[in-house]
Design a protein around this ligand. Structure first.
Ligand SMILES: [Zn+2]
Ligand SMILES: [Zn+2]
Length: 259
């Protein structure tokens, strides 16, 4: 069984400090592919994310300005992302999006950064990784106007209810689920997980955040993805091996990687 961790942050100091150990445990646990997402508050994090992908086999990069830092998303920063995306191991633009839960940047600033990333992904022919917290309706409105980039988009760490899942699926989104599906208080997320067509489903750790039960509260890492896989397979009533194969195949196709 081979797993694909579609979203984690290897440049975060909590993982980068022990990168060799993190990657060794990840391989030993069956994680064959990783997309590491920069978007950690500075362009240096994006540069480091690309450098990690360049030197590590089967590790790929996504780069963007996180919605928390949307105020820093000016033309110069978009230009820097465009230059970094010339590296063939950059397989997506992200994570961008809307976070109305923390609201660390004003709503209109987040929306304008989202639009800039939608345009950049379309221009570069890359898929888009979208972060959305308590903003699914507004996300659907904006994408309803602009359309998705040609290569599509994934709503990562999906936490919306069934209505939000249906709305984003209707716009063509893939949905990716994290360790939250293992949390006792996440019944609405599990309801959403049941609705996703088999060919539009991804799984992720979002490490170092959101360690799955029974490791909740610890620093997360890609080797913990198996807990999320097993919980998600139980929710969908299929064998973990089958869900691993489906989500691996979906992620390879979505990120444009050879099987
Ligand atoms: Zn996120
Ligand atoms: Zn993330």
């Amino acid at each position: 069984m081979e797993l694909f961790d579609s979203h984690c942050h290897l440049a975060d100091p909590r993982l980068y400090a022990d990168l060799e150990g993190v990657l060794a445990r990840s391989r030993a646990s069956g994680v064959g592919f990783i997309v590491s997402v920069g978007a950690l508050g500075s362009v240096e994090a994006d540069r480091l994310t690309v450098a990690i992908a360049e030197r590590c086999d089967r590790v790929f990069a996504a780069i963007a300005v996180h919605p928390h830092d949307a105020g820093a998303c000016d033309a110069a920063r978009i230009g820097e992302l465009r230059r970094l995306a010339a590296c063939p191991k950059v397989v997506a633009i992200g994570e961008t999006g809307l976070d109305f839960h923390y609201l660390k940047a004003p709503q209109e600033v987040q929306e304008s950064a989202l639009r800039a990333h939608l345009a950049l992904a379309a221009e570069l022919g890359l898929p888009l990784v979208v972060h959305c917290r308590k903003a699914e309706r507004r996300l659907a409105e904006i994408v309803g106007e602009t359309g998705l980039p040609g290569r599509g988009a994934v709503a990562h760490c999906f936490t919306g209810d069934g209505a939000a899942a249906r709305a984003l699926l209707g716009l063509g989104f893939h949905l990716s689920f994290s360790g939250i599906v293992t949390f006792r208080d996440a019944a609405p997320v599990r309801e959403s997980l049941k609705l996703v067509p088999a060919d539009r489903l991804l799984i992720e750790t979002d490490a170092p955040y959101l360690a799955p039960h029974p490791l909740r509260g610890r620093r997360n890492e890609p080797s913990y993805l198996r807990h999320t896989l097993e919980a998600a397979a139980a929710v969908r009533g299929i064998e973990p091996g089958r869900l691993a194969a489906q989500t691996r195949e979906n992620a390879l196709r979505f990120f444009g990687l050879p099987a």
